[in-house]
Design a protein around this ligand. Structure first.
Ligand SMILES: Nc1ncnc2c1ncn2[C@@H]1O[C@H](COP(=O)(O)OP(=O)(O)OP(=O)(O)O)[C@@H](O)[C@H]1O
Ligand SMILES: [Mg+2]
Length: 345
């Protein structure tokens, strides 16, 4: 459905050159939900704005949508093709002086529909996003999640084949995020929409994306089906996403408390274990306790089994003879477990 080849985008600002996207090639299949994840400034928005030519790639870049090379189209043909690509944004971009239904009708202007037909179409779209009852409200009277539903209905008005979502849930709380993601998933299934989701949140990708590309410094550094990429991250940036999404980052907060508050006794250590590769497994913890006569009092764990291997880790308090604890931690490191001593009582 989308075929990008050698896409680069260079900005020139006051004598400075910024390479926002650097030689990216990728294919997005018909009907898939494709994630693009990366930290701020990685080039995600710039890359995705090349798909509908809101940005033109540097010389040599090819943007094919549904078999058509967009860079070769006349302005008029491009306008027509653009209407097959809907887009939604973090800030919703609704027109504040128009009601919900007028916002949805807006892209239908000049499409040869009567006023009644436009209204019927807009109502049907609002029903699809479960907001028909607010058709005559103004955007300022809606919650963030409702505003995004209006933006989705508006994006769908021209019957697009592709929906681009640039941080569409980043301004929403977790529950509302989940609801909007469920809606996006439903639209993908019911309308057979191809969807590109840009995000800096791993939870979004994990929830709905079939495949994912990880971007850093304008390049795609990792790409694959979502499970494989996060179960076995090859790049540091991908590992950082896995870590940030994990409950294990809560351990950093515990490490700021006085040890007594965690019930730690002198000599005990607060330790975080993270599993970095597929060969390690949960029984390590019971083995290490027996082997070295120590106790690991588990505070919490965040382990997901992906094709039989754990990703995530465990956080707990090690107690026992000082040397035994040292030996146990070394044994774990030798098993390729990442060991972080966060607090010594
Ligand atoms: N119009 C522009 N002119 C100059 N530089 C730009 C322009 N748009 C983006 N950039 C630069 O290109 C780089 C990539 O920006 P981009 O917005 O694509 O990143 P992003 O991954 O979407 O980040 P975020 O998560 O913050 O939205 C940044 O260094 C940014 O400052
Ligand atoms: Mg962006």
């Amino acid at each position: 459905m989308i075929r990008l080849r050698n896409i680069s985008k260079t900005y020139h600002r006051g004598g400075q050159t910024i390479k926002a996207v650097s030689n990216v090639s990728l294919d997005i299949n018909d009907g898939e939900i494709f994630g693009v994840i990366g930290f701020s400034g990685a080039g995600k928005s710039t890359l995705v704005r090349n798909i509908n030519l809101l940005e033109r790639p540097d010389e040599g870049g090819v943007v094919e949508v549904n078999g058509q090379d967009l860079t070769k189209l006349s302005a008029r043909e491009l306008r027509k093709t653009r209407s097959t690509i809907g887009m939604i944004f973090q800030q919703f971009n609704l027109m504040p002086s128009r009601t919900v239904i007028e916002n949805v009708i807006y892209p239908l202007a000049g499409k040869g529909l009567s006023r009644k037909e436009q209204e019927n179409k807009a109502i049907a779209l609002l029903q699809k996003v479960d907001l028909a009852q607010r058709a005559h409200a103004y955007p300022s009277e809606l919650s963030g999640g409702q505003k995004q539903r209006v933006a989705i209905a508006r994006a769908l008005a021209t019957n697009p084949k592709i929906l681009l979502c640039d941080e569409a849930t980043s301004a929403l709380d977790p529950t509302t995020t989940h609801e909007i993601l469920e809606l996006i998933k439903k639209l993908n299934e019911e309308l057979h929409l191809t969807i590109v989701v840009i995000t800096h949140e791993m939870a979004v990708v994990k929830d709905i994306c079939h495949r994912v590309a990880v971007m850093e410094h304008g390049r795609v550094v990792e790409l694959g089906d979502t499970f494989s990429v996060f179960a076995n991250p090859k790049e540091e940036v991908t590992r950082n996403f896995v870590k940030a999404a994990s409950n294990l980052s809560k351990a950093d907060l515990l490490a700021k408390l006085p040890p007594e508050q965690l019930g730690m006794k002198p000599g005990e250590k607060l330790v975080r274990l993270s599993y970095l590769d597929k060969t390690v497994s949960e029984p390590l913890i019971s083995s290490v306790s027996q082997k070295f006569s120590i106790i690991m009092n588990i505070l919490f764990a965040d382990v997901e089994l992906v094709t039989g291997s754990p990703i995530g880790g465990t956080c707990g308090i090690f107690s026992g003879e000082k040397q035994n604890i040292e030996n146990a931690l070394q044994w774990l490191r030798d098993k390729n477990v990442k060991v972080e001593v966060l607090l010594n009582a």
